[in-house]
Design a protein around this ligand. Sequence first.
Ligand code: TRP
Length: 343
Amino acid sequence: MRKRIRLLTGDRPTGSLHVGHYAGSIKNRLELQNSGKYDCFVFIADMQALTDNAFNPRKVRDSVKELMLDYLAVGLDPKKCTLFVQSGIPELAEICMYYMNLVTVARLQRNPTVKDEIKQHNFEKSVPAGFLVYPVSQAADITAFDAEIVPVGEDQMPVIEQTREIVHAFNRIYGDVLVMPRGVMPENILARRVPGIDGQAKMGKSIGNCIYLKDDADTVRKKIMSMYTDPNHIRVEDPGDTKNNVVFKYLEIFGRDQKKVAEMKAHYQRGGLGDVVVKKYLIEEMEAFLAPIRARRQEYEKDMDKVYKIFEEGTKRARKIAKQTLKRIRKAVGVEYFKGEEE
Ligand code: TRP
């Protein structure tokens, strides 16, 4: 039997997942999982979350639990997918040590994603060393599992590019040891960037403009009712703008009936369609996809022991693979000296 292609991806635990995460990466990941074509690994990158939250360990710890629930709630299925926690696999840190020598500080500083994040965090004057090298640690995450496919959001592509450079350098120097991964983004370009409910280009926890997967129906309704539309669409009869109108952007991304969405768009542009009608329709569409997720989350929340068990077992399984890869890496680098090294 042919070995299935290995797929791996993960998220930093720094809060709950929102609908931007869902459209931008989770949905794609579920489709890949359910296609049955891949040997899937999905993990919680808690060590990476600590690289920019070192002084807020509580937030990271609490978010790990949230993310476990979010993962199971959206339909990541432990029967089809190995779910694990990064800090449970210390081998990743050792692998990272070998890779750090293959990357220059200048190259890390040039990474556009890292650059943006440094700005966002006001790290310009004093960036934590661990944060600057997180793309190297991410290369360890990916290569430790021989992952070929890495489904990610758009912002992560430069980080995957760095992994590819590291793999290239490693294999050139030490022999053909690492598998070359490839980042894959959702095909739907619109879904790659879900705007905030306030009209800002990006949905962000710190901005407070998110709809979370765990928000209750009433919260979702209120958030949609407060969404940015077209400030010049004052009377119902006025022609309205659908381009920078968040409600229409969401309908394009999350609406199940795109024919109806297109008709509503045309009507709104002509004039005669009020914001409230469109918002009510969006509430229906969002509820259709959020309600089952919310229900599953509540079920799992009742049995946290089971949730932790799922991740514990997944971490054990994942660690076995990382150990084997580390052995290969140590041998290639030439740092195994003693016969009895195995415990
Ligand atoms: N950087 C990713 C994020 O911010 C998390 C992550 C860590 C990751 N290691 C990974 C994603 C390996 C894909 C593959 O969400």
